[in-house]
Design a binder for this molecule. Sequence first.
Ligand code: PMP
Length: 304
Amino acid sequence: MNKADTIWMNGELVPWDEAKVHILTHTLHYGNGVFEGTRAYKTEKGLAIFRLHDHTKRLLNSAKITMIKPTYSLEELEAAQIELLRANDFKGNVYIRPIIYLGYGVMGVYHVKAPVETAIAAWEWGSYLGDEGLEKGIRVKISSFTRNSIKSTMGKAKAVANYLNSQMAKFEAIEAGYEEALLLDEEGFVAEGSGECFFIVRDGVIITPPHDNSLESITQATVIELAEKLGYTVEFRRITRDEVYICDEAFFTGTAAEVTPVREVDARTIGEGKRGPVTEQLQREYFDVVYGRNRDFEHYLTYI
Ligand code: PMP
């Protein structure tokens, strides 16, 4: 990976190679930690973090859900992310990874007495599903893994433990020769990708599943806002796998994945087997927003 100079750890900027934890870090053993994934783009006016406030708020909401008491306020965490980006000389687009985790001090499942630690790393990171994927679309497999059940985990938290399910699904998809997994919920309806929300387009209508089994995605919300502004009808409703097979277009959205077209699902060609026109338009609009080329969305950008 692309190293940066420093990582923010509990208020200090620590050299990248020295940002370490103890082997008995509680989160490492029992999986209670919460994190964010945020991007900053090189705009014409310099580096700008996209929706910093919303990501930081979600981080604190995740901590609330999993009963971790944050030691920094929303304002402090936002300032820390800005400080980190200013302290590092980034030449390209940046991915920011804040994490609130439980550190070294107590063992055992009861977590409340474990010390709460906060770190923020940032590094230069290109497209998550590949530049070719962004342009031509990716091949997707419906996972044999069911998305985390809301009866036992809490998908509104971007919690470390939730990502075992994502990791196994992603691994299975890659092993089978696909690029990404699409997970169904316990009832068989589409939930989300391993790290993305999912959309289909049918007869010009844009459809995405409700958040029953998925993260409340910031990219998804942005794309919906853009689509509605462009005059599209957007429906939040359940989608079945056979409806995916026969849709006109499909795409993933996520901070890392941005807007990635899907060209094939389980050996069924989606639409024309390439990035569809609605997807292309939304992708273009999304990049205009994050790169500061759409003045109506300037309020989502925090310039460094
Ligand atoms: N679902 C999951 C499971 C994710 O990990 C992500 C990435 N954070 C998303 C959806 C998309 O969320 P966002 O658009 O806020 O990055």
